[in-house]
Design a binder for this molecule. Sequence first.
Ligand SMILES: [Zn+2]
Length: 257
Amino acid sequence: MDAVNLDRTIAGAGTGADAWRGDARLAAVPAASAGDLVPPGARLVVVAPHPDDEILACGGLLQLLARPPLLVAVTDGEASHPGSAAWPPERLRATRPGETLAALACLGIDAAPMLRLGIPDGGVKAAEADLAQQLAGIVEPGDVLVTTWRYDGHPDHEATARACAAAAAQRGARLLEVPIWGWHWSAPTDTAMPLTDAAKLLLTPANLARKRAAMACFASQVQPDAGRGADPVLTAAILDRLLNPFELYFHEPARAF
Ligand SMILES: [Zn+2]
């Protein structure tokens, strides 16, 4: 067995898409429909630590539900290009939420309400209690919250999930958590992902193509930063790993690291 990276460090190339696609445990996760995940009449509230996480996490679910969610943008994602002359924080802050709206339009969702909380990118953990309080004022009983996995490895993703869990418990909402960076640091050879408390939303090739097109709307993230000579924040390999023919939702994450 390979070394188990349970400290959740996001470094290097990470686990490849092919490794995950051959995993028997992942293949055995039961399927759920969009209506199973978000019952008729329930409001979907997508809480994104950074603009793009909402599409990376649940671009398939958003298409299949075909009704506008309430989007909560925790940060504006202004820290994705540290030291870049081409992408200083103020440009990212002005650009990235608009990329989310373009991506939603690509999924057939126009005029989704978006609440921008303006918490500093990279500073969600420090603002976690405040975020939980703000979310408790937004969430209503019966809502379904979708956010990133509480053990995703990125501190903003983990803090956002913990705040969502607190608000969901307080308000009587359902919480679904989605791995983004978990696919990178975890591997089929470890058991970090709570696959026994998970459901898969199956995506058709057409769903997947539309999700891919929506991901391409995040020009700030998918194009190289020529000024720095740097790779895109979201490289082709990262995007490929996120474009599974299903989305994975954890519904009872009980594991503690
Ligand atoms: Zn993120």
